[in-house]
Design a protein around this ligand. Structure first.
Ligand code: PLP
Length: 378
């Protein structure tokens, strides 16, 4: 099988598994225990915190481990909502957010918060002028804009989002789950207040994530209890997963420092070229310039993803319809609608997402499999 669905999840890196194993077998104690074994485990958790902090240019004290990216988003958004209060405040987000941001904000509007969504242009980038128009400095509020989109891979103008929001006295959260590990994401350069990360998008296991909370920014914990994570997320730490997450972060940091994942981008570009050389009437979606190097988002005129996917699967290629979340639903993806695509174009798109394990041979084979499937469907 050729796996080209890395925005859905990634395989756990062998070095991550190796790093985790001793924390299931030998070092299984509670990191809060006062005896030596507990202290050693606590120190492994702190090493992982340093590794995650280093990946995004944060201080270790600004990293809180969570159970997943969805939890990180909910923690940040619910804290922000509690702190701004529902009376005379405002929330802005984008139309292309993941459901892990859209649903919590919908729940806020259901209890009386005012929230609006900002659109994107046809390249899938946030309409920054609309943000300037809708932001209201006379009200307390916050903006939540994703760093990179999970379907298109399009990178959002976070520096501008922060500038506009800060000028209005607002706080900024970003769901950076599809950006961290793939592109340089630096909180020491871009002044977001909250940033969500998920381990399984970059070769850590599923079920571990982090929330960056900038020093000095107010935060109300969502999960209270024994006071772990400096009281910001109680619950006995998932030590093996946190250790694996830290290891994955350090592997990603090395890859980004080395060549910014140039190998993955090169393979993606090669793959897109093979598709455009061999198949007529295809459209590459999303900004060419501002996108993560691992995603190709392509529409094939006259072929629905629903017709293509079973053929691809049986020929040995795993990838997604335009949106993993929308697979199986009969609505076009909200992300592609935001880019102004017709239903037909939206329904005929595939998201192909690579990882550091993708090989040239796989890309060549996948391009051939897609070409044959498109011919069959057409
Ligand atoms: N946000 C984005 C942009 C995502 O792509 C995902 C996962 O697909 C999530 C949030 C949810 O993360 P997790 O699966 O860790 O809960």
């Amino acid at each position: 099988m050729i796996y080209l669905d890395s925005n859905a999840t990634t395989q756990v890196h062998p070095e991550v598994i190796e790093a985790m194993l001793p924390y299931f077998t030998e070092h299984w104690h509670n990191p809060s225990s006062g005896y030596e074994a507990g202290k050693a485990i606590k120190s492994a958790v702190e090493t992982a915190r340093e590794q995650v902090a280093e990946l995004i240019g944060a201080k270790t004290s600004e990293i809180v481990f969570t159970g997943c990216g969805t939890e990180s988003n909910n923690m940040a958004l619910k804290s922000l909502a509690r702190l701004v209060g529902r009376k005379n405040s405002k929330i802005l987000t984008s139309v292309i957010e993941h459901s892990a941001v859209l649903r919590p904000i919908e729940a806020m509007t259901a209890v009386g918060f005012e929230a609006e969504r900002i659109g994107t242009d046809e390249d899938g980038r946030l309409c920054i002028d609309e943000l300037s128009e809708k932001i209201d400095s006379s009200k307390p509020g916050f903006a939540s804009v994703m760093w990179a989109n999970n379907e298109s891979g399009v990178i959002q103008p976070m520096a501008q989002v922060c500038e506009i929001s800060k000028n209005a006295g607002w706080t900024v959260h970003t769901d950076a789950i599809q950006a961290v590990g793939k592109i340089p994401v630096r909180v020491d350069k871009i002044p977001v207040d909250f940033l969500s990360i998920s381990g399984h998008k970059f070769h850590a296991p599923k079920g571990v994530g982090a929330l960056f909370i900038r020093e000095g920014v107010n935060f109300e914990p969502m999960i209270r209890g024994g006071g772990q994570e400096s009281g910001r997320r109680s619950g006995t730490e998932n030590v093996p997963y946190i250790v694996g997450f830290g290891k994955a972060a350090s592997i990603m940091k090395s890859a980004l420092d080395r060549d910014n994942h140039a190998g993955i981008t090169g393979l993606r570009d090669d793959f897109e070229k093979q598709l455009s050389d061999s198949i007529d009437n295809i459209y590459f979606n999303g900004s060419r310039e501002h996108r993560t190097g691992n995603v190709a988002h392509v529409s094939f005129e006259g072929c629905t993803a629903d017709a293509l996917l079973p053929l691809l699967d049986s020929a040995g290629l795993q990838c997604s319809a335009g949106s993993a979340c929308m697979t199986g639903k009969s609505q076009p993806s909200h992300v592609q609608k935001a880019m102004g695509f017709s239903d037909e174009r939206a329904f005929s798109s595939l998201r192909i997402s690579l990882s550091m394990f993708t090989t040239k041979a796989e890309i060549d084979q996948a391009a051939g499999i897609i070409r044959d499937a498109v011919r069959t469907v057409r």
